[in-house]
Write a protein that binds this ligand. Sequence first.
Ligand code: MG
Length: 159
Amino acid sequence: MACKIGIGYDIHRLAEGRKLFLGGVEIPYIKGLLGHSDGDALLHAICDALLGAMCYGDIGELFPDTDAAYCGISSTELLKKVLLIVEGKGYIIGNVDTVVIAEQPRLEPFKDRIAQTIAATLNIERHKISVKAKTNEGLGELGKEEAIAAWASVLLEQR
Ligand code: MG
């Protein structure tokens, strides 16, 4: 079976007056992620990992932040669009592994719900999604709670 792997990364600034979305789940917090869309860095990293595995560009090329159509859009919708490309090219998702780096809020209580939500969006089984949460040990901008970053890797299998 032909397999392809992909990696994705994203970072968004935290700002007051925004809702915080990670993996399509709204997390209660005093700040949210700035962005042209809802700023969901985790879903953006997954989108880029999927696109990378297919050598199909990146999220910024597909959904430019200069396009008003994507202003305020739910990143769940962006991920669904990427999934259509994956399926259209004849791939199925083997598994998705992710890391979210957030000093605050602590994401431990939300990891399972985030993984369930991503699995539902991608229409795959829960056990194929891994969500890991780390702090940045107080170091740098991430450690100073100025931003949240995410990494994702995916395996695609040829149908
Ligand atoms: Mg982004």
